[in-house]
Ligand binder design. Structure first.
Ligand code: AMP
Length: 132
C-alpha cells in the first residue's frame, strides 16, 4: 500500500515541494516545529531508515545536506538540525529543522502555525537555493 509520502511523490496529495531528483524528494513538513522544517524522503518506499540499502541511505544524507544548505540561506537560525523519528509515517524520512534553541528540536512542544501563503513562499524561496 502506498504511504502518504509515496502519494505526495506521485502528486496524488499536494505538498510544498522544495526539490527532487530521480531518487529523493524534499518538501515542507505540514505541522512544523519551526519555519522551514522540511522532510527529505527516498522515492523508494521503505519503512525504517536503517532498512534502506546502503547506497540509498548514503545518498539520502547527501541530498539532505543540499537541502539543509538551502534552508540556512533562507531561514535565520543558529543551525539546521537533523532528526529521524518515523513513528507516524512508515516511509523513511529525515527531518531538517532550523534550530535556535533546544525547544525547536522537541516534537512534544506546541507546533507553530503557518499560513498557506507562507508555506508556498517558504518552499519557493528554499527551492531557489538548492543546488542539486
Ligand atoms: P514521524 O513519522 O514521527 O517522523 O512524523 C511524520 C512527520 O510527517 C510529522 O512531522 C508530520 O507533520 C509530517 N507529515 C505528515 N503528513 C504530511 C503531509 N501530508 N505533508 C507534509 N508533512 C506531513
Amino acid at each position: 500500500m502506498d504511504s502518504i509520502f509515496t502519494k505526495i511523490i506521485k502528486g496524488e496529495i499536494p505538498s510544498y515541494k522544495i526539490a527532487e531528483n530521480d531518487s529523493f524528494f524534499a518538501f515542507l513538513d505540514i505541522n512544523p516545529n519551526a519555519k522551514g522544517h522540511s522532510l527529505v524522503i527516498p522515492k523508494k518506499q521503505v519503512d525504517k531508515l536503517f532498512d534502506l540499502d546502503a547506497e540509498t541511505y548514503s545518498e539520502l544524507f547527501l541530498f539532505s545536506r543540499k537541502v539543509a544548505f538551502a534552508i540556512e540561506k533562507v531561514i535565520p537560525c543558529n543551525r539546521v538540525g537533523l532528526t529521524v523519528i518515523g513513528l507516524e509515517v512508515p516511509h523513511a524520512h529525515v527531518h531538517l529543522i532550523p534550530l535556535n534553541n533546544m525547544q525547536d528540536a522537541s516534537f512534544s512542544k506546541p507546533k507553530i502555525q503557518i499560513t498557506t501563503e507562507e508555506f508556498s513562499s517558504l518552499a519557493h524561496e528554499i527551492s531557489k537555493h538548492v543546488k542539486l
